[in-house]
Design a protein around this ligand. Structure first.
Ligand SMILES: Cc1cc2nc3c(=O)[nH]c(=O)nc-3n(C[C@H](O)[C@H](O)[C@H](O)COP(=O)(O)O)c2cc1C
Length: 388
């Protein structure tokens, strides 16, 4: 599987083409949209999310509700475009019109792509950079992940995500799979421990009041993965490595770890390696899951646990110093409409980015021209874990 997204933040639409989805998979736009709405929620989002109501239209690759095996094209219309028609239109404009355009940006924001993107592509209106570097693009990635999740569900593989930390307020709970599953989406900060939720909201409010922003940590779980997906034989076939690349490619994500992650540095090996056990019903399994489901870049059948670290959002209402690219004078960076904390939404994005990497690895590992063929091979792999 592979995909390509296109579209600017305030342009007419986001488009994504996904290739490699097995044929005969039942797909409904409503199921994709349920996931799209989740990305738009979360305490601490700015006004943009109230303007847009993201919904995908499927325009290719699906006929009468089932995939054809051909590329699937999804379109998300930007409702906000009507207000940006003059600024973001495709047709050429006169120099005078350009001159009169009020929305030219020459003051790059620290921490965003503005300055370096402008240098790279020779843009003197930094809007040309921020329109694409904006996290609006993650809506398209959630759409891809939603299709991936529909495929994974058919294979009895399930995805969940939660918020672990916002601005230093942590949910320290070590949750078992059942508790994790049953407690997602129960509040607007997507945290399992309800007693922490209000503290997180207070922290978001406090940072918003100060004109500041905060980041956090999110966690994704993949349940019921067949064993031995990915490979140890080459660097770019290690599935944990590929997931790590996907996660760090999400806007503002600066770190990734698996299972107990960085805590592994402090603990002895006897408390980190997961002991191997066997019973005739489920085959090989582990007494713990410190490593988050990977050994040698391959799934070991335990739930995959991925942690992602998001930095605070760069656009601040209390702007930091920057330098105007025309006058070279010090300035306070331009304020573009912005969220103060997007960690709950980012947990949804992270889940979908991981979903795609997992679905991609599965369609590479097994013959997957059509869904029945893939299901049969997954069954066979699950038997291997018992019969080996
Ligand atoms: C769900 C989500 C929402 C975001 N919203 C904003 C935002 O409103 N304002 C902003 O400046 N950055 C926002 N970001 C982060 C920027 O897109 C990101 O910091 C920027 O593209 C620069 O990339 P880098 O931080 O990875 O270097 C958001 C990120 C995510 C994942």
């Amino acid at each position: 599987m592979r995909y390509l997204t296109s579209g600017e933040s305030h342009g007419p639409q986001l488009t994504v083409i996904i290739e490699g989805v097995p044929a005969n998979l039942e797909i409904k736009a409503e199921d994709i949209n349920t996931e799209m709405f989740k990305r738009q929620g979360g305490y601490g989002r700015g006004r943009r999310m109230q303007i847009e109501k993201d919904a995908v239209e499927i325009v290719s690759g699906v006929r009468n509700g089932y995939t054809l095996g051909s590329p699937i094209t999804l379109v998300v219309t930007n409702d906000d475009f009507t207000h940006w028609r003059n600024i973001m239109g495709v047709a050429p404009i006169t120099d005078e019109e350009r001159e009169n355009m009020k929305r030219t940006i020459t003051k790059p924001r620290p921490g965003h792509a503005d300055l370096i993107g402008g240098m790279k592509y020779n843009h003197r209106d930094l809007r040309n950079v921020l329109e694409r570097s904006s996290a609006r693009e993650t809506a398209a990635r959630v759409a891809v992940g939603a299709v991936s999740k529909i495929l994974l569900e058919q294979l009895d593989i399930h995805m969940y995500s939660r918020v672990v930390e916002i601005g230093g307020i942590k949910d320290e709970g070590l949750y078992d799979t059942e508790t994790f599953k049953q407690n997602i989406d129960k509040n607007d900060v997507r945290v399992i421990d309800e007693s922490i939720a209000q503290k997180m909201r207070d922290k978001i409010d406090a940072s918003k009041k100060e004109g500041d922003s905060i980041g956090g940590v999110v966690q994704v779980m993949v349940e019921n993965m067949p064993v031995a997906v990915g490979s140890y034989v080459q660097y770019d076939r290690k599935l944990d490595g590929r997931i790590a690349q996907g996660v760090v490619s999400i806007n503002a994500f600066k770190g990734v770890s698996f299972g107990e992650g960085f805590k592994a540095a402090e603990k002895p090996g006897s408390e980190i390696q997961d002991e191997i056990l066997y019973n005739s019903e489920s085959g090989f399994y582990r007494g713990s899951n410190h490593l988050g489901g990977f050994e040698g870049g391959m799934t070991n059948g335990m739930p995959i646990i991925v942690n992602g670290v998001m930095k605070p959002i760069p656009t601040l209402y209390k702007p930091l110093n920057s330098v105007d690219i025309n006058t070279k004078e010090d300035f306070k960076a331009t304020i573009e409409r912005s969220d103060s904390c997007a960690v709950p939404a980012a947990s949804v994005v992270c889940e979908h980015v991981v979903a795609f990497e997992v679905a991609k690895a599965i369609t590479e590992e097994f013959q997957s021209n059509h869904i029945d063929q893939l299901k049969a091979q997954i069954e066979e792999r699950r038997r291997l874990n018992i019969e080996f």
